[in-house]
Design a protein around this ligand. Structure first.
Ligand SMILES: CC(C)(COP(=O)(O)OP(=O)(O)OC[C@H]1O[C@@H](n2cnc3c(N)ncnc32)[C@H](O)[C@@H]1OP(=O)(O)O)[C@@H](O)C(=O)NCCC(=O)NCCS
Length: 448
């Protein structure tokens, strides 16, 4: 094996370790759209799920079947009917849904059963359990439209699902449910996955979808100037939803977002919208710092905020010990007061535990993160990471394409988070002029 391979593989594998530890024994609910299966992505998704399960995550998988039901209807020469983006399930559509669900369940179970040598499934033993975990009720008649056999989730058998998960099985749920009178109802994958995640108090709800994520301004198409918003705090997501028109089809920005918001409001801390078109998107989102797609996060907003003049005293108190031991460059009070708008702080119960400042160099489309500090009593709990993400987001919003830091002792913390070493000559002119050559700080740069 080549040394180069060892050199890249070992640090890479180690960098994944914290995520493996963190997610062990957590519960993820994963909703796969029928479109993902129709696009031939089932094998690779199953391989990734089997690996995630092997790393100790309890997985509930909910599959969709929109295109498969449409295909069955087409074969029967029956026109699909929708009202407000929701399928009207007449008796023919109900038959088609049953057939499609049966077929997909079979395909998914088959995919989890394979263990061909030289594939990621070699040696995997994934036990898949399905069952009547959902009780349904009819949508009924809305605005004069009778939705017939289209239903909503009435109850989730949490105990049944938990028992299956505790026996180390992966739970597979079709968007189908029965009423207490035994009547069948066609449900939507998104509603089922959301309800199951809420009832199970899952750690994550993940949708594998045909959309790449949500644009920063979801009213405009995704572009270089309107990139995917990788992380949306719940309060912002709610605001976005209020501005967006009601969804009519899955590609509409509010389609998955409203389910993510609902999940976050009911105790699921993180909900993700991921593109199935990106190979390995599940692995990238779960085990890599930056991830792909969009995550809605119920981060207590009062925790992370931009600083005000009242915070100057707390910031000085926080950074002073690190200035005294030489980790940080000295800043006097007037300088901090003048730059206070560039600081982000992190607060727990009204006490400031961390800060970082952002200085933009518009002419070079870059930005500096400075004075990043977390109080020693709070270090190692992820506050540094939260500050970095917020600063990255602020920098991106102001047009920066890269973010840089100057450090003498904290290089590895930044390297682990996607920064790369650069020479001081790389710095924008205005910053280079202030570079302290005797301090010999390392310049580290990250693409945004
Ligand atoms: C660097 C700093 C901001 C990180 O904050 P934090 O809240 O502890 O960070 P997180 O909780 O997100 O990450 C903690 C991880 O970083 C590691 N870490 C902390 N300081 C580090 C350093 N100097 N070098 C490398 N890794 C470091 C921890 O060991 C921990 O690793 P683990 O998750 O594998 O256990 C914080 O340690 C700090 O304030 N340091 C002193 C000031 C400083 O050096 N600022 C940077 C100046 S450029």
């Amino acid at each position: 094996m080549s040394t180069v391979f060892n050199f890249t593989f070992v640090p890479w594998f180690r960098s994944v370790a914290p995520y493996i530890h963190k997610f062990r024994h957590q519960t993820f609910v994963v909703g796969i759209t029928g479109e993902a299966i129709a696009a031939g992505k089932l094998q690779s998704i199953v391989q990734d799920l089997a690996m995630i399960q092997a790393m100790g995550v309890d997985i509930v998988l909910v599959h969709g079947f929109r295109p498969q039901v449409n295909e069955q209807l087409r074969l029967k020469n029956h026109q699909p009917q929708f009202a407000a983006g929701v399928r009207i399930t007449d008796p023919v559509a109900l038959d088609c849904a049953q057939e499609a669900a049966g077929q997909l369940r079979y395909e998914i179970e088959a995919a989890f059963s394979q263990g061909l040598p030289n594939t990621p499934m070699a040696g995997a033993r994934v036990r898949v359990m399905s069952g009547n975990f959902l009780t349904a009720r009819p949508v009924g008649i809305v605005d004069g439209v009778d939705f017939q056999h289209t239903g909503l989730v009435r109850k989730v058998d949490v105990e049944g699902i938990r028992r299956a998960l505790n026996s180390e099985a992966m739970v597979l749920i079709s968007p189908f449910g029965f009423s207490p009178t035994g009547e069948a109802f066609n449900l939507s994958m998104e509603e089922v996955a959301t309800r199951v995640a809420c009832e199970l108090k899952a750690h994550k709800l993940i949708f594998l979808t045909e959309v790449p994520g949500l644009a920063s301004n979801p009213l405009e198409p995704i572009s270089e100037d309107n990139p995917i918003d990788t992380e949306i705090p719940l309060a912002n997501a709610r605001r976005m939803l209020a501005q967006l028109p009601a969804p009519e089809q899955p590609s509409d920005p509010s389609f998955y977002l409203r389910h993510c918001v609902r999940a976050c409001e009911h105790g699921v801390e993180r909900s993700h919208i991921l593109p199935f078109a990106v190979d390995g998107s599940l692995l990238l989102e779960i085990y890599v710092h930056d991830g792909v797609g969009t995550m809605v996060i119920d981060e207590k907003l009062e925790e992370l905020r931009e600083a005000t003049i009242d915070d100057v005293g707390s910031i000085i108190q926080l950074i002073e010990p690190f200035e005294n031991d030489g980790t940080l460059v000295k800043r006097d009070r007037t300088e901090i007061e003048r730059d206070i708008a560039s600081y982000t702080v992190i607060e727990h119960d009204g006490v400031i535990f961390g800060c970082a400042a952002l200085h933009i160099y518009p002419e070079a489309q870059t930005a500096e993160m400075a004075a990043v500090t977390v109080s020693p009593t709070a270090q190692g709990t992820g506050d540094g990471e939260k500050l970095l993400k917020r600063i990255e987001k602020r920098a991106r919003a102001q047009g920066a394409k890269t973010l840089f830091v100057l450090t003498t002792r904290t290089m590895h913390w930044f390297l682990k988070r996607g920064f790369e070493p650069a020479s001081p000559d790389w710095l924008p002119q205005a910053r280079k002029a202030k570079y302290n050559w005797s301090r010999k700080s390392q310049v580290l740069v990250k693409s945004l």
